[in-house]
Ligand binder design. Structure first.
Ligand SMILES: Cc1ncc(C[n+]2csc(CCOP(=O)(O)OP(=O)(O)O)c2C)c(N)n1
Ligand SMILES: [Mg+2]
Length: 612
């Protein structure tokens, strides 16, 4: 048994980056620090990393992970803010589909973490959050701070937006709690879970027997449910008979095979496909069957027209059908037949309205799209006749004829050398040509047509709950997950989003995680400036004041210095369009060598925000 009462101090100088040698595992018969058995349970549930913002309430488990497990599986990854720790786990889950551990200190750490937990909840991303708590037994509190950090029901701080929480009171209950937390986080619809660990309980010792040790393999998450065959047959009939089938490709996995089957389904049907930038890549955006370039939540007039024409809509866990239907038909009650594939009903709770408005479904298949699509394709291929095949080929040809080349969006103000978001995408397309990359993050107003998405890992989605400040942490977490895959992580982040989460970068540097960060810097909260202008215009008052308490310009922030201060290389500000490609090429070379690189790009607005 590692760390068996004697402790395992090492005199060798260990950097905070290199992992100390692991203590060889022994058996569990004997008396142990509870935190050692807890640390082993963390390993057995398959945590590779745990993002940590330390505190004394967690010192027992931290010491066990470092000295008893050799800081490996899980490896503690140090963060400079609890919000980053959660955001990093969120970004990691987006790439891998797997939970990372997160460790936060007491009530105060959990309060810091809260917004990021809500982002992960709304994004249906798994993670296992552990929080220390000051000794719950008041007789065992050591310091006045222990009193400030002792909360009777700490989980209540996040209970409304985690799938489950617990506060186990014995070592055995703690192991059970971790096994259950792991199961629940990984069961679709996935999400964060939270477990409170009493500080004293971690540091106490307990006799333990091998026989008491649960076999974690017997407590795995269940496989996602298979779709009901009768419903699949019905859906296939409707789709085969449809004149204008439309697929709404929403929340799906990063699996390449599932992606290929999805494309085959669309091609077999000759169906138009829409995607949405709130969620990750779901369909190649430059495929002839893909509609106009996606945005977050709202589609363009061309997208509305596609939906309006539909007689059968297949929703693959589309996150907000009600908004889309209302846009297309002026009401939620879509005249088309609606087939919905989703498990999201299981996630809906009373506190938040992240289920969005209630949309109709004529056929409701309670299964994840990745399970439904292959079954549906098989059934369609089985029943399809010559007439159906002739019609779908016609539809494909018509789409190919109608497909128009995208028009570059130019900055709304300024001259030929001014840079808009479109130019960042176009320059990236050139600099990344022929390479495997992942756009781990894109800013508000991003133009997908400038950098089409062609692989499930080429785009990972927005923030989940529109909680600004998560982009740096999520980008670092995704880059960490991509380490060693040969896929280059690129984050394009708005300056406002970046500055709220800036110190997350340090964790990329400390874990030597290669990544490219591009700041789309318009020196302010541009979308909110538009809100002010719209409000003033509506009231017939001065629009010229819209920048007041909105622009981050007096003084301008030296963003590059903030990156350099945390171990990033970089360049900028870049303010000329012609300088973008050379700068990006140099940056990509640096990241390929294993560096972290940030470019501050000064942009002019080329997108109209959402305020109306
Ligand atoms: C935590 C949080 N605070 C404030 C907001 C409101 N908000 C939405 S977008 C935005 C601006 C973000 O700035 P930036 O990333 O620079 O993008 P830009 O609007 O300039 O394109 C703000 C403040 C929010 N959504 N979340
Ligand atoms: Mg901005």
């Amino acid at each position: 048994m590692p760390g068996k009462m004697r402790g395992t101090s090492t005199r060798a100088r260990i950097s905070t980056v290199d992992t100390p040698a692991a203590v060889p595992p022994g058996d569990f018969d004997g008396t142990f620090f509870n935190s050692d058995t807890i640390a082993h349970a963390l390993r057995e549930i398959g945590l590779r990393y745990a993002a940590v913002c330390p505190g004394s309430s967690f010192r027992g488990v931290q010491e066990s992970v470092v000295n008893a497990l050799g800081n490996r599986d899980p490896q503690l990854v140090l963060c400079l803010h609890e919000e980053h720790a959660v955001a990093i786990a969120h970004g990691y889950a987006r790439v891998t589909g797997e939970p990372m551990g997160v460790v936060v200190h007491c009530n105060v750490g959990l309060m810091h973490a809260a917004m990021a937990v809500y982002n992960a909840w709304c994004d249906r991303m798994p993670m296992i959050i552990l929080g220390g708590v000051g000794p719950l037994d008041s007789a065992r509190r050591r310091t006045p701070i222990d009193w400030l950090h002792s909360v009777s029901d700490q989980g209540s701080l996040v209970r409304q937006y985690v799938k489950w929480d617990d506060q186990p009171l014995s070592p055995r209950a703690t192991i059970e709690s971790l096994l259950r937390a792991n199961q629940i986080a990984r069961t679709a619809p996935r999400g964060p879970v939270y477990v409170t660990l009493d500080q004293r309980l971690q540091e106490d010792t307990l006799p333990y027997r091998n026989a008491d040790k649960p076999d974690a393999r017997r407590f795995r998450a269940p496989a996602p449910p298979a779709p009901e065959p009768e419903l699949v047959r019905q859906a296939a009939q409707w789709l085969v008979a449809a004149e204008h089938p439309v697929i709404l490709a929403g929340r799906v996995s990063r699996d390449e095979r599932a992606w290929n089957v999805r494309v085959r389904l669309a091609e077999t049907l000759g169906a138009a496909v829409l995607t949405d930038l709130k969620v990750a890549a779901a369909f190649p955006t430059d495929h002839v069957l893909h509609g106009p370039e996606p945005a977050i939540a709202f589609t363009s007039a061309a997208g509305e027209a596609i939906v309006r024409e539909a007689d059968v809509v297949l929703s693959l866990d589309w996150w907000d059908p009600a908004t889309l239907f209302t846009q297309a038909w002026g009401e939620i009650n879509a005249p088309a037949k609606v087939i919905r594939c989703s498990l999201d009903n299981y996630a809906h709770r009373g506190w938040t309205r992240d289920h969005m408005a209630l949309a109709p479904a004529d056929l409701d298949i309670l299964a994840e799209p990745d399970r439904v699509v292959p079954a549906l394709l098989g059934e369609i291929e089985r029943v399809a006749g010559d007439e159906f095949r002739r019609r779908t080929v016609e539809r494909l040809l018509a789409r190919t004829r109608e497909h128009v080349a995208p028009v570059p969006a130019r900055p709304l103000t300024g001259g030929p050398e001014d840079i808009g978001l479109w130019d960042i995408g176009a320059a990236l397309r050139e600099a990344l040509s022929g390479m495997a990359y992942c756009l781990v993050r894109a800013p508000l107003g991003w133009h997908v047509d400038a950098l089409p998405i062609r692989h499930p890992l080429e785009y990972l989605g927005a923030d989940g709950a529109a909680g600004v400040g998560g982009a740096p942490g999520m980008s670092v977490g995704s880059a960490l997950a991509l380490r060693g895959t040969g896929r280059l992580p690129v984050a394009v982040i708005g300056d406002g989003d970046f500055l709220m989460g800036v110190s997350a970068l340090w964790t990329a540097a400390s874990t030597r995680t290669p990544m490219l960060v591009i700041i789309a810097n318009n020196c302010g909260y541009y979308i909110d400036e538009q809100h002010q202008a719209t409000t003033a215009r509506t009231r017939g008052r001065a629009v010229e004041t819209a920048h007041v308490a909105q622009r981050i310009s007096e003084p301008e922030v030296d963003i590059l210095a903030m990156a350099r201060a945390q171990g990033f290389a970089g360049c900028g500000p870049i303010a000329k369009r012609s300088e973008l490609v050379p700068a990006f090429l140099a940056a990509v070379d640096a990241v390929k060598r294993g560096e972290r690189y940030l470019i501050d790009v000064r942009i002019k607005p080329d997108y109209e925000g959402y305020p109306k």
